[in-house]
Ligand binder design. Structure first.
Ligand SMILES: *[C@@H]1O[C@H](CO)[C@@H](O)[C@H](O)[C@H]1NC(C)=O
Ligand SMILES: *[C@@H]1O[C@H](CO)[C@@H](O)[C@H](O)[C@H]1NC(C)=O
Ligand SMILES: *[C@@H]1O[C@H](CO)[C@@H](O)[C@H](O)[C@H]1NC(C)=O
Ligand SMILES: *[C@@H]1O[C@H](CO)[C@@H](O)[C@H](O)[C@H]1NC(C)=O
Ligand SMILES: *[C@@H]1O[C@H](CO)[C@@H](O)[C@H](O)[C@H]1NC(C)=O
Ligand SMILES: *[C@@H]1O[C@H](CO)[C@@H](O)[C@H](O)[C@H]1NC(C)=O
Ligand SMILES: *[C@@H]1O[C@H](CO)[C@@H](O)[C@H](O)[C@H]1NC(C)=O
Length: 798
C-alpha cells in the first residue's frame, strides 16, 4: 500500500482503483457464502483460485468502512470494485450476509446499511467470488447466475467486464470515478462507450457533459490504448499492458471487453481526476490535471470558453499562498460532494477567480480566491499546495532557460567571490586586531596606565578614560556614515554615535596629520580627560585604530551656539538673560582651563561653533586641549603651524604664531560681541563695504551708539546697562595689545560686579579701515544715533 502519510491528492500516478486503505486481516479465508452465513470485518472471501479477495476495509482519511474487492497478491490492495460506495459504514463493524429473504446485504449492528442485490427467493443461494474477479450470486441447483458484480462496475474495468450498454436488457456498463482520492462515492466523471458520429468512442463525461474523447474504434482497438501485435518482436518489455480488445455491437447496443497478455494485475480505471489508468501507473489520457475547453491535442473536448479566459490559461499546482491584501477575497463551498475538478470549474467560470483548492483532508470541499494573482511561492515543504491560474507567457521558453543558467552562473561566481572576500577580510581583520592589541598594550604599559581596569568588551577603562575598540565605535556611528556626521571641526569630522545601551556620544575623528607618538598622545588624552567642568564638554574615552585616533565626547543635543546665534529663526530662543548666562558659562569654562585645571590649557580655537549647548542651553566648551595634541615641538611659545579660526584669532597668534591665555581672551571678546549682536565677526556687510564685527563695534562705540550693536531680535526686553557693559568688556578683550587685555578672572569680575569701574578700551586689533570708516560714521551713523536714545551711558562709560 502507498504510505498512508503520503497519500496526496495529487499523486495521480500512483492512484489506481483505490489506495491507502486499511484492510482487516483475513483470518479465516472463506470461498462462499450461503444464507445465514456472515462475513465479518476480520474475514475475507477468496476466489476459488485465490486470485481475488473480497472484504471490508477502512479509509484512514475518513474512517469509513467499505466492502471491496482487490487482487489477493496486490500488496497495495487497490480496490477494483466497491459494494457500497455511496453508503459507507460509519464505524468499522460491518457484516456481509445473505438474509432469510435471500437478500445479499451489508449490515452494521442490527441495521441494514445497504442491499447489494435485490431479494432472490430461491432454494439454494450461494455467493462466490469467481477467479475472473466477478462476485456472483448463484442458484446452486439450477447452476444459474442471478446477480453479478460485473454488471455493476464502479471505477474499474477488469478483463472480461463489459463497457457499453444493452438497450434490451437496459444495462449500462460504465465506469464512475471516485469523488476524491479517499472518497469512493460517485464522483464527477464517467467513462462510457458511445456511438458518436457513427464511430465507437470511449468518452469521459464530467457531470454529464462530454469532457474528453480520443480516437474512434479502429478494428483493433482505441488509438490511445496499446494493443497487442501479433508479431512477437517487441515483447521484451513485460510489464507494459497490451490489450486484446473485443468490441461487439448490434441493434440492441454495444460493448467492448479486453484481456491482456502482459503486465500484472490488469485493470482499466477512471480516477477522480478523470484520467484513465492502466494497471498501476499508466495514464492513457494525456491532459494534465484538467481539460479547459480550448483546442489541444490531448483529447480534451473544445467548448465555449468563458469570456475572460483565453487559450493557454491553466491552473498550476504551486506550494505557497496568495498574498492577502484587501484586493483578494476568498469564497468557500463546504459541500462534501464537491471535488477538486468541480472547484476548478467554479473558478474557471468566475472571471475574478485566480486560484482554488479543496478544503478538507479527504479531498472534497472548495475554496476559491478572487482578486489579483500575487502568489508567494514557498518551497519549504510545509506549505500547502494551491491551484493557481497562470496565463501563457508570450516569450519563448528557450531564452528563459538561458537567463536562468546565466543567473545561476552569476550567483555561483558571486558566492565564490564573496567567500574569497570573507576569507581575505577575516585575515585582514585579524591583522588589524593584532595591531590594535599592540597599540593598547603599549598604551596600558605606560606609567599612568598602570591601574588599568578591563571592562567588558566595549571598552577598557583606564582611570577616567575609556579605550573603545574600533569595531565598537564603527558600529555605534553606523560605520561613520554621512547621516551620522555632525560637522567638520578644526581637527577633523565629528560623528554622532549611539552605544548599545542607548547612550549618545559624539565621536571626533582626529585628522591623521598629528605627528604625535602614541605615548605622547596618551598622556595628552589623560590630561584632557581629567579636565572636567560643567562648562566643558566631557571626554568619555578614545579609540585608537592603526594610525587613526578618535575622541569620544558626551553628545550635546542642541548642537553649537552658532546654530542658534546666527540663524534668524532660532536666535529668538536666546533672550538677553540666556545670552548673559552663556557668556558667563563660557567665561567660567575658560577660566577653569586657564587657571584651575591641573594643566594650563589654552584653547586656541574658541569660537561659537566650539561652544556646545546642552538640553538646558548651558554652554559647554568643546575641543579644548586638542591644540596640545596637535602641537609639534614647541612649548608655550611659537607654533609653526597655526591652528585656529580666522576672525577669532588674536593678532599676535595669527601673525606670529605666538599664543598665550590672552589669545583665548581675544577669542572670547569676539564671541561676546557676536552674542550681543547676533552677527558673525567675519561676514559683516556694512553699507556696501565689508567691515569686521570688531571694527563695526568699535566705530559705534566711538560714536557713542554702542546700543546699535544690539541684536534686533532681542527687542526692547534687555537690560541696556548690562548690554553696554558686555560690549565694553568685549572691546577690552579684543584690544590689540595682549597685555592690555584682561584675564578671564578679570573678565568675570567685570561682568559680575556692576559697580566696578572699567578701563577705557583701546583700539581693537584688525581695525584697518579707520579713515574711511571715520568718514562714514560721522555722516551716517551719528544721524541714526540721534534717533536712538542710547548714547548717554556710553559716553559716561568712556
Ligand atoms: C469474525 O468471525 C470469526 C469466525 O466466526 C470469529 O472468530 C471472529 O472473532 C469474528 N471477528 C469479529 C471482529 O467479530
Ligand atoms: C470529507 O470531509 C468533510 C469535511 O471534513 C466531511 O464533511 C465529509 O463528510 C467527508 N467525506 C467523507 C466521505 O468522509
Ligand atoms: C479516525 O480514527 C482515528 C482513531 O480512532 C482517529 O485518531 C482519527 O482522528 C480519525 N480520523 C477521522 C478523519 O475521523
Ligand atoms: C456501529 O454503528 C452501528 C450503527 O451505525 C451500531 O449499531 C453499532 O453498534 C456500531 N458498532 C460499534 C462496534 O460501534
Ligand atoms: C455451471 O455452468 C457453467 C457455465 O455457466 C459450467 O461451466 C459448469 O460446468 C456448470 N456446473 C455444473 C455443475 O453444471
Ligand atoms: C445508458 O447509456 C446510454 C448511452 O450512453 C444512455 O443513452 C442511457 O441514458 C443510459 N441509461 C442509463 C439508465 O443510464
Ligand atoms: C443485449 O441483450 C440481449 C438479451 O440478452 C441479447 O440478445 C443481445 O445480444 C445483447 N446485445 C448486446 C450488444 O449486448
Amino acid at each position: 500500500m502507498i504510505s498512508l502519510a503520503n497519500s496526496n491528492f495529487f499523486v495521480i500516478l500512483t492512484l489506481f482503483c483505490s489506495q491507502t486503505c486499511i484492510n482487516f486481516s483475513s483470518v479465516g479465508a472463506i470461498t462462499s457464502l450461503r444464507p445465514g452465513d456472515v462475513l465479518n470485518n476480520s474475514q475475507a472471501l477468496d476466489s476459488e483460485g485465490g486470485k481475488f479477495r473480497l472484504g471490508f476495509f477502512s479509509i484512514p482519511q475518513t474512517n469509513k468502512t467499505y466492502l471491496g474487492k482487490w487482487y489477493a497478491d496486490d500488496r497495495r490492495e487497490r480496490k477494483l470494485w466497491i459494494a457500497n460506495p455511496n453508503t459507507p459504514i460509519l464505524n468499522n463493524s460491518g457484516f456481509l450476509t445473505i438474509d432469510t429473504t435471500g437478500t445479499l446485504k451489508i449490515t452494521s449492528g442490527e441495521e441494514t446499511v445497504v442491499n447489494i442485490a435485490p431479494p432472490l427467493l430461491t432454494g439454494s443461494l450461494i455467493a462466490r467470488l469467481q477467479d475472473s474477479g466477478n462476485f456472483v450470486l448463484q442458484d446452486e441447483t439450477r447452476n444459474a447466475t442471478l446477480w453479478q458484480s460485473f454488471d455493476h462496475p464502479t471505477n474499474c474495468l477488469l478483463p472480461g467486464m463489459k463497457l457499453g450498454y444493452n438497450l434490451t436488457t437496459r444495462r449500462n456498463w460504465s465506469l464512475t470515478s471516485w469523488l476524491s482520492f479517499s472518497v469512493p462515492a460517485s464522483g464527477a466523471f464517467t467513462l462510457s462507450l458511445e456511438d458518436i458520429q457513427d464511430a465507437f468512442q470511449l468518452v469521459i463525461r464530467r457531470r454529464g457533459k462530454v469532457y474528453w474523447t480520443r480516437g474512434a474504434w479502429n478494428n483493433q482497438g482505441f488509438p490511445f490504448l496499446p494493443f497487442s501485435h501479433n508479431s512477437a518482436t517487441n515483447n521484451e518489455v513485460t510489464n507494459i499492458y497490451q490489450y486484446n480488445l473485443n468490441l461487439v455491437s448490434d441493434k440492441d447496443g454495444m460493448f467492448f471487453q479486453y484481456d491482456t497478455s502482459q503486465g500484472s494485475f490488469p485493470s482499466l480505471a477512471l480516477n477522480s481526476h478523470g484520467d484513465i489508468l492502466g494497471g498501476y501507473s499508466f495514464i492513457y489520457t494525456l491532459f494534465r490535471d484538467f481539460c479547459y475547453g480550448y483546442e489541444r491535442e490531448d483529447g480534451c473536448v473544445t467548448t465555449q470558453l468563458p469570456d475572460c479566459r483565453k487559450d493557454g490559461d491553466k491552473f498550476e499546482r504551486k506550494s505557497g499562498d496568495f498574498i492577502h491584501t484587501s484586493s483578494i477575497t476568498t469564497e468557500f463551498y463546504d459541500d462534501a460532494s464537491i471535488s477538486s475538478v468541480d472547484c476548478m470549474q467554479k473558478c474557471w467560470e468566475r472571471c475574478s477567480c485566480v486560484g482554488f483548492t479543496t478544503t478538507s483532508g479527504n479531498g472534497t470541499g472548495c475554496r476559491i480566491w478572487n482578486g489579483n494573482r500575487d502568489f508567494r511561492v514557498d518551497e519549504s515543504g510545509n506549505a500547502v499546495q494551491r491551484y493557481v491560474l497562470v496565463s501563457p507567457k508570450s516569450s519563448k521558453e528557450k531564452p528563459w532557460i538561458w537567463i536562468v543558467i546565466a543567473i545561476a552562473i552569476l550567483i555561483t561566481l558571486l558566492i565564490s567571490g564573496f567567500i574569497c572576500y570573507i576569507i581575505m577580510r577575516r585575515r585582514k581583520l585579524q591583522d588589524k586586531k593584532r595591531k590594535e592589541e599592540e597599540h593598547i598594550r603599549e598604551l596600558t604599559a605606560a606609567a599612568s596606565f598602570n591601574n588599568t581596569n578591563l571592562k567588558g568588551e566595549d571598552g577598557r577603562e583606564v582611570q577616567d578614560l575609556k579605550i573603545f575598540s574600533f569595531g565598537f565605535i564603527s558600529t555605534a556611528t553606523n560605520n561613520f556614515s554621512s547621516e551620522n556626521k555632525l560637522g567638520q571641526g578644526g581637527f577633523g569630522p565629528v560623528y554622532k554615535g549611539k552605544f548599545p545601551d542607548g547612550r549618545e556620544v559624539a565621536v571626533k575623528r582626529l585628522s591623521r596629520t598629528s605627528g604625535q607618538g602614541l605615548v605622547e598622545f596618551k598622556n595628552e588624552l589623560i590630561l584632557i580627560a581629567k579636565v572636567q567642568h560643567t562648562n566643558l564638554v566631557r571626554v568619555i574615552g578614545c579609540c585608537i585604530h592603526e594610525d587613526e585616533k578618535m575622541l569620544i565626547y558626551e553628545y550635546m543635543p542642541n548642537k553649537s551656539l552658532d546654530v542658534f546665534l546666527f540663524d534668524p529663526a532660532r536666535k529668538e530662543l536666546l533672550d538677553w538673560q540666556k545670552r548673559c548666562e552663556i557668556i558667563e558659562g563660557i567665561a567660567q569654562g575658560l577660566l577653569y582651563l586657564h587657571r584651575y585645571s591641573r594643566m594650563r590649557v589654552i584653547h586656541r580655537d574658541l569660537k561659537a561653533s566650539n561652544v556646545l549647548l546642552d538640553e538646558n542651553m548651558n554652554p559647554k566648551i568643546a575641543d579644548f586641549g586638542l591644540a596640545r595634541i596637535f602641537k609639534q615641538n614647541e612649548t608655550e611659545a611659537v607654533t609653526s603651524r597655526v591652528v585656529g579660526t580666522y576672525g577669532y584669532m588674536a593678532p599676535e597668534f595669527a601673525m606670529e604664531g605666538a599664543f598665550s591665555i590672552k589669545s583665548d581672551v581675544f577669542s572670547f571678546g569676539v564671541l561676546m560681541l557676536e552674542i550681543v549682536s547676533g552677527r558673525r565677526n567675519t561676514s559683516l556687510q556694512q553699507d556696501g563695504r565689508s567691515l569686521n564685527l570688531i571694527g563695526y563695534a568699535w566705530e559705534l562705540w566711538k560714536e557713542g551708539c554702542a546700543l546699535e550693536l544690539k541684536d534686533p531680535s532681542l527687542g526692547d526686553l534687555c537690560n541696556t546697562q548690562q548690554l553696554l557693559r558686555v560690549v565694553h568688556v568685549g572691546l577690552l578683550c579684543v584690544q590689540e595689545g595682549s597685555t592690555d587685555r584682561p584675564t578671564m578672572s578679570d573678565v568675570i569680575s567685570m561682568l559680575g560686579n556692576e559697580s566696578m569701574p572699567l578701563p577705557i578700551a583701546k583700539q581693537p586689533a584688525f581695525f584697518t579701515g579707520r579713515d574711511e570708516a571715520g568718514s562714514y560714521s560721522s555722516t551716517i551713523k551719528t544721524e541714526r544715533c540721534s534717533v536712538n536714545d542710547c548714547s548717554i551711558s556710553v559716553v559716561e562709560a568712556r
